[in-house]
Design a protein around this ligand. Sequence first.
Ligand code: GLA
Length: 667
Amino acid sequence: MPIWFGGDYNPEQWPSDVWAEDVTLMQRAGVTMATVGVFSWAKLEPREGEFEFGWLDEVLDGLHAGGIRVDLATATASPPPWLTHAYPEVLPVTAEGVTLGGGSRQQYSPSSPVYRRFATRLVRQLAERYGEHPALEMWHIGNEYGCHVSHDYSDVAAAAFRLWLQEKYGDIGALNFAWGTGFWSQQYADFEEIYPPRAAPTYLNPTQLLDFDRFSSRQLLECYLDEKRILRELTPQIPVTTNFMGFFKGADYWEWAPHVDIVSNDNYPDPADPESSQTAAMVCDLMRSLGGGAPWILMEQATSAVNWRTSNAPKRPHHMRAGSYQAVARGADGILFFQWRQSVAGAEKFHSALLPHAGPQTRVFREVEELGAELAGLGEVLGSRLTAHVAIVFDWASWWSLEQEATPADIDYVKHVFSWYRELLRRNVAVDFVKPGASVDGYKAVLVPALFAASTSDLAVLSDYAEHGGNLLVTFQSGITDENLHITEGGYLGSLQKTLGITVEEFAPLASADPNAPVESVIEGEISGSVAVWREYLHADDAQILASFVDDLAGWPAITRRQTAEGTAWYVGTWPSAAVIESIVGALLETAGVDGVLDPVPGLEAVRRGELVFALNHGWSPVELSLSGTDILSPGGAGGAGGAEGTKHALEAQGVAIVVPAAEVAG
Ligand code: GLA
């Protein structure tokens, strides 16, 4: 098996005489896998119940003859016009009551039984026809579930929401308690009285909103599972996947991940964003973690510009290569793109592709060919894993609830998580993400940023970890409520109060009249520096104070640390600047005995996957790489780590070295 290389192939956009050239050019580019048919429903079933597979037979046969494997899509991501015209009840509706029409894509309500009926009928046809096709490598179910419509407020959704709630709560009394409907005259007498949280005069019930987020993620998953059941029945030997979207708010991927045979992801870092390589690293680590450490596939990225930002910067030369190797370094066994041939019509004609409008004599196609050839020689990477000694707890329910309205402050949950992740990345420390409640035994340090809505058992796992030798770091707005968004009274934090040795009395966010000019403050003590966004009135009942607030909160603790029975428990009651986070993480890692793969060098990322150390220069000037060993991308050559004896070498702008460390070479 090779490292998969290729991308979405949408041949129905061109006359069939282009297809043979496609295969020839794919071979030239080193393409080993094509994702076919993602948006082909209207071509496969042009009229209700009339299926036309001849063209797809020809495409798959051609790819097979060219030695290219197929990730065959179930084609259900965009219902055809005949369907929404004849059955308009499948269309989704916004919270404001606007029905979303056709002429675009993803125009279906995930709860619609009509949509599901037609979608599963198509899937059955595809599985029966292509289940034995020699090109078939895996199934690609749907596409980016929820990317345009994650929440549907239609009457169909309302009926499904009621059923879901009935199943969850059993009787209406339990729902009334969970939702706290005693307030604002919201008490329900019957499930029939409940609606999705549609546009309302003011704040909606927070637990209703949270349950609707859970329900909406689940409805999308049910669409996926409906299709998967059919594929399992007819083609049990073929793996299935669906493409995730990184830190996508609309779907709780912890719930989804057990249902895919291999995790795959789409990632479009903005070339104009100086932090894009760092946020991309975090996405890669989430994907690896979702699969429990197993290799995953980068299913889509862009060779150069996208077409959906305000202004779409291209990727400069070699940027695409560095980003691809970053994914490989962080566990990917496949590097694919959207899309093979750049469209000449339709909504994505200005989106880059493997084969640009200008043809193969282009720098993009040359870079594609080079990368394809290189990846073909990297079989030894396949299947190997990373070992992380540090974990970050990531929770969709906390994300959803922390970012609701009528909370103490506007906190960007993912940005907050990233502020901690970025420092670990800077130090070249590998990180796993874990879901709340999962065991964290074995990690030397665990970070818990803003775990807002946590059950008693989620918190107990963390308390146990810290008491039994772990090093736990918790940040503000953790353990504020239980899973129903009921406040944990008496100082918040639940069982973590004792573990951390603190109680939180009152919140004191740094309010600013101008959102573009955030107010900063400072902390002083063993750790000093600037902070923003958040402060609080905190009591260090049984903990050492590492830093305190100044100004109007003078004397109140900001950062604490408690020696537990066998470990340590740290609390950070503010959003520290990068420099302060550097000090805190430095102290935490020293306590935990965790070192990075390499010492930090600005712009340089180093990751160990299996026995290999990947060094990636994300900057635009050379950096010095201190690593002895052999660079398998250019043994003994320029731009790598030199020969086995080498120690210091320049890694050019966007350069990549994959080094077998000297000890392994010798051994
Ligand atoms: C998503 C979709 C693709 C395409 C790309 C463009 O990832 O899955 O079909 O629209 O975005 O960036």
